[in-house]
Design a protein around this ligand. Sequence first.
Ligand code: UDP
Length: 462
Amino acid sequence: MGVQHALMLPYPAQGHIIPMMELSRRMEEHGFIVTFVNTDFTQKRVLDASMKAHTESHPNKGTGCIRLVSIPDGLEPDADRNKLGALCEAMLSSMPNALETLIKDINGLEGDSVTCIVADVSMGWALDVAKKLGIPRAAFWPAAAGCLTVFLKLQELIQKGVITKEGELLDTHMIQFSPKMPLMNPRHFAWLCVGDTAENKVIYRSADVCIKGLEGVEWLICNSFYEIESTTYDTFPNIRPIGPLFIGNQPTQAKPTSFWTEDNTCLEWLDQQPSNSVIYISFGSFTIFDEHQFLELTLALENLGRPFLWVARPDLVDKSGAGYPEGFLGRVAAYGKVVGWCPQKKVLAHPSIACFVTHCGWNSTLEGLSNGVPFICWPYFADQFLNQTYIVDIWKVGVGLKANEDGVFSKEEIKSKVEDLMGDEGMRERVLKLKEEAISSVTEGSSMENLHGFMEAMKRKS
Ligand code: UDP
């Protein structure tokens, strides 16, 4: 067998790039040379952020075999990438050619050629490029298997009159693909969660193309583990869990993946806090707050008077927002810390952390439960509602917040849920059990077997 060279293609969003890099590192450990393909825009972003942190000055520095390269996403450099419809459309029309050129360039180098392609499901068009070039391929889903099932069932949803052929919602009743799978709310289908109807249709069209790219793909792997979604894997045996991928990774060897510069001072601050005392609050990379909700959260933190670490991204509040109340940062400085972005996995592994106020992004969900931290759920959009259902109703390792008549989580509600959760021993016991299951799944269980089987299959096929 010659040199094994895997080309990895993440969707250009924070919650996709991080787990794809974790998978890349697993493949590197298994003897693959890895080319990690960002878009030009995200490549610049992660390099700028890591340069500011003085952690990594060159994408290909170090002794490892992961190379970062980039190709254009089809948008102008200064276009707004939060307009997902425009981004998906541009990627779909320009990236297949750019990817094909990149692969041909690599294959033209002496002694080198791409032997397999692993594409994010949301970049499923790349699997058609791989097929055309005769390269073995696999698809990677960085979120819950339960969420992926919606995309695998698009045709059935159309036939049953839940959505139109263009993805518009016709029936808002909760859906369930098999009796034991979680109920899902069609209003939270990912393509319906951003922009207006026209943008929804563009995103749906792109999703449809990507899902069609999965046809004939033998390896559909997912960053999750059997024990937490067993009924979904029993119903959809073609989805194979291989996670949580970050368990066992050494963060020091990491390649740049953060969109913002990590503030590591919070780790020293955590060292000074009592064990099991700190409320960790983070809403991932997309969530935007309105001014009113932001204010209620700041007041809740002040009224709680307990140690807290809050990731308030520079763009967390929408443009109308006035920011912190007068004097807030000074008043809470004695017991709280606010940062713009942090090394979240290290934070959640710290013994001082008592609970996680989260938007329920899938990576955050896995990172919290793999560290045995119970959750306060604050979902914002798309799959985050399904993840809340898992956390609250199925695994029973966290609580949801109840909005008041203005649709806001009040300071009283936030305070009382945090206090209840911090005193709930049953919750902590259950999440610690899931932590053990997560670890054993990747060290000796089905995730380990699937990951190994996948990497060996990619080697054999090449
Ligand atoms: N994250 C981080 N530092 C922060 C906040 C988040 O490194 O201060 C990471 C977090 O560990 C996770 C990712 O960003 O791996 C966010 O992914 P998730 O799926 O939770 O949410 P999304 O950003 O996609 O909504």
